[in-house]
Design a protein. Structure first.
Length: 159
């Protein structure tokens, strides 16, 4: 660009780079400053962001969850609560109740008291973590957890 028209201002050149390559203007200015200072441009040293939440669980937990759910689909069955509870390997596992609320019986009663009547709409447009755990009113099934990290917001129903 400078060879075609040496009188072009730096602001115009940076704006064209921003539009054409999709690189932020601040990044272009920072790269030009580094080139003028050192005579070379080094690649970015960014690590790639925050690790996904699913990476917090070890491979044995992930594989056992996959095995339980995939086994139902392999047998062409739906994984219902009764079928999961009837599994012999899960029947000996102890359960404990995490939280039970018998005070609110209807949606209207929850609204009148000022409690939440459902999930709030997501506030951002980033990734979603979908958590599914198999259980009933009495207990949860051990190793019945399914975690899914959605990268697109189109999987979430928008109102």
């Amino acid at each position: 660009m400078l060879n075609d028209d040496p009188g072009t201002k730096m602001v115009t050149i940076v704006a064209k780079i921003d539009e054409g390559a999709g690189i932020a203007k601040s990044t272009v200015y920072r790269t030009i400053k580094e080139y003028k200072k050192t005579g070379a441009v080094t690649p970015s040293k960014r690590s790639g962001g925050r690790p996904p939440l699913v990476s917090q669980f070890d491979d044995s937990i992930k594989s056992s969850v996959r095995q339980i759910i995939h086994n139902f689909f392999y047998l062409n069955e739906l994984p219902t609560l009764d079928k999961i509870n009837s599994r012999e390997d899960l029947s000996q596992m102890p359960y404990k109740t995490v939280w039970t609320d018998d005070n609110v019986r209807t949606r209207r009663q929850a609204f009148e008291v000022g409690l939440s009547t459902g999930l709030k709409n997501p506030s951002g447009k980033g990734k979603r973590l979908i958590i599914l755990h198999v259980g009933s009113e009495n207990s949860f099934v051990n190793e019945g957890l399914l975690l899914f990290e959605g990268r697109k917001t189109s999987i979430i129903t928008k109102k």
